[in-house]
Write a protein that binds this ligand. Structure first.
Ligand code: HEC
Length: 139
């Protein structure tokens, strides 16, 4: 009896993986990400300088060091995390900010993996736009 329960518990993760591969996630969609951003993130975040007082400008965030924008109110927790916003770090932070960076002041979690993938695709597409760090300053 106990053996059977143990076996079931052991096999459960494999069943979950099998189900995952059976229905592959759709490719990340930046257009859907943009819609989601406007619904859920734009309230606090801008996509250009200056940052809003409620959240950072996220245009160049993919690949940037944490806390590198002109946003004035980063938490110590976030600043001290020393993270670089790789896609993997963005994914875990957006999934559960408090778990990834305990003490962060951003509370909004994005539970669905495909929502996060779409958001990250959108953020990446913004970085492709002109403003390069080494571009000549505009007068
Ligand atoms: C209620 C306001 C609010 C909303 C809504 C919000 N954020 Fe944030 N976000 C913040 C704050 C405040 C910080 C700074 C956190 C800290 O310093 O600990 C932050 C930080 C971040 C960072 C790190 C920025 C950096 O410069 O290092 C990312 C990335 C981010 N948010 C993405 C998102 C995304 C994507 C969404 C939408 C799904 C979102 N946020 C929704 C307030 C918000």
């Amino acid at each position: 009896m106990t053996k059977a329960i143990l076996l079931t518990l052991l096999l459960l993760p494999f069943a979950a993986i099998a189900a995952d591969t059976a229905t592959p996630a759709p490719a990340p969609d930046a257009a859907l990400g943009r819609r989601l951003f406007n619904q859920k993130c734009a309230l606090c975040h801008s996509i250009k300088t200056p940052s809003k007082s409620t959240g950072a400008n996220l245009a160049g965030i993919v690949g940037a060091k944490v806390g590198s924008t002109d946003f004035a109110h980063y938490s110590d927790a976030l600043k001290k995390s020393g993270l670089v916003w790789t896609e993997a770090n963005l994914d875990t932070y957006l999934a559960d900010p408090e778990k990834r960076v305990p003490g962060t002041s951003m509370k909004l979690a994005t539970a669905k993996p495909e929502d996060r993938a779409n958001l990250i695709a959108y953020l990446k597409s913004l970085a492709a736009e002109p403003a390069k760090p080494d571009a000549a300053p505009k007068s």
